[in-house]
Design a protein around this ligand. Structure first.
Ligand SMILES: [Zn+2]
Length: 247
């Protein structure tokens, strides 16, 4: 039988995590963790890390994602198993993934991270990307949630009415309109917005030496997800990247 728990933003969680009433309107957002192979002790510790993530997520993000997101662990490296305690020198490994366009997305995390929860409960600082291994674990969840959030980004009211005009225009004309095509693409991704791309480091390779995670230079989507990790986890983000913070 599988052990299943669900973290909902109910009153109980709100008291233990001091989540204010502002987040009550996002109570349809939940994260569930379903992993029969994980010991109850490790599962408790994973749950508390997920709770930390949920307590840090912007309410707008949870509201837009809505519904339930499940988290699973999976063996990802058959030959060259990742050693999380050596993650900064480990070379390329898939750490986590999701299918953001699925109606019930699952965040799949490399099971090498279970080592953090099976051993002693010690904070291990790391010299790359995030502060320590617990934060690195939290960042994986935030990164994948950002992809899901992106995939659900709705249009603003004025963009919606413009898009309606586009549909009328399309019936009257056979010529494609670049603005209409752009608006149609916005239905999906925040990072496809021109305003975000102007900001995006993906276009500014010259700055790559200052990047905390070069993965952000891969595409606008990765740039968005990596910056969300730091936006949520790093209190100094506002000073280091004020333009992103405002976005
Ligand atoms: Zn990604």
């Amino acid at each position: 039988m599988s052990k299943m728990w669900s973290l909902k933003l109910t009153l109980t969680v709100a008291t233990t995590l001091t989540i204010s009433a502002i987040r009550a309107n996002t109570d349809n957002f939940s994260i569930s963790f379903n992993s029969p192979e994980v010991s109850p002790h490790a599962a408790e510790r994973i749950k508390s890390q997920i709770k930390v993530v949920v307590s840090k997520l912007p309410p707008k993000m949870m509201g837009r994602i809505g519904g339930n997101i499940s988290i699973q662990f999976k063996k990802m490296d058959e030959k060259n198993q990742l050693d999380v305690y050596n993650i900064c020198e480990a070379g390329p490994h898939i750490l986590a993934y999701t299918r953001p366009l699925s109606s019930h997305p699952t965040i799949v995390i490399n099971d090498a991270f279970l080592a953090l929860f099976n051993g002693f409960d010690t904070v291990s600082p790391i010299p790359c990307s995030h502060k320590d291994l617990y934060q690195k674990f939290q960042s994986l969840i935030i990164h994948e949630l950002s992809h899901i959030y992106e995939a659900r980004a709705p249009l603003t009211e004025s963009e919606k009415s413009e898009l309606q005009n586009c549909q009328i225009f399309r019936q009257e004309s056979t010529m494609p309109d670049p603005r209409c095509e752009y608006l149609q693409s916005l239905n999906r991704f925040v990072s496809s917005r021109i305003s975000f791309q102007k900001l995006s480091r993906a276009r500014k390779n010259a700055l790559s030496t200052r990047s905390p995670d070069p993965y952000e230079l891969r595409s606008p989507e990765e740039n968005f997800a990596v910056n969300m990790e730091y936006f949520i986890l790093d209190p100094e983000f506002r000073c280091r990247r004020p333009a992103y913070y405002k976005f």
